[in-house]
Write a protein that binds this ligand. Sequence first.
Ligand code: PEP
Length: 250
Amino acid sequence: MRKKLIAGNWKMNSLKSEAKALAEAVFSKAKTDMPFDMLVCPPMNVLGFVAELPHDGVFIGAQDVAETQKASGAFTGDISAQMVKDLGADWTLVGHSERRQYHGETNAIVKQKAENAINAGLTVVICIGETLNEREAGKAVEVVRNQTRECVSALANAENCVIAYEPVWAIGTGKVPTTADVAEIHAAVRDELAKVLGSEIADKMRILYGGSVKPENAKELLNVENVDGALIGGASLKADSFWAIAEAVK
Ligand code: PEP
């Protein structure tokens, strides 16, 4: 039985005072024995600060780690996975579509980042998903299968790796795929994971859905077969809506 994971991606939002208010509002409701796991991924400016607040029952993650395998060195502006760990975080996202779109990150780069995260002792959430053009061309399944195969490293297992399927056209747009489309993609991702890692690991690995998840659609999406949680952007910036989504977990 895969425990559902409710993950919030704060993106490039929150100065210190805002992060304190949001984090404290989220953390105040959390307990250590919840029927789901919870993760928040603040931006790097407040990651260490948020990780130092009492956060029983909530994991803290970064939104990205450096591509270089080095823990330190001449890589201006980069933050290594080891540095993320040192800040008190235990998780990180990699391969978010905004990283792929604005920073040219390829599947090979995403795979390297995922390996760096795992090697540093972080649990990694690898984001994948097709663009609108790819969906309209009937290529969504092929694209996510390729991304799964090319981004998931042999180091991955169900404890140190989670996949997040986020159709690019659904992120921040209010549009969501049909539940049938979500089910089709998640089944394809699990099948591809079995080819890469074997069916025992693939059966245990969590596959999240992300893209315009809101309290109103959370229950329906979280009940789709092979959907093991949600990655939430906009609605994670308000503790009430983030929790309303979490509470949709049966
Ligand atoms: C995201 O950025 O990962 C995301 C899913 O955003 P939103 O929930 O705002 O669509």
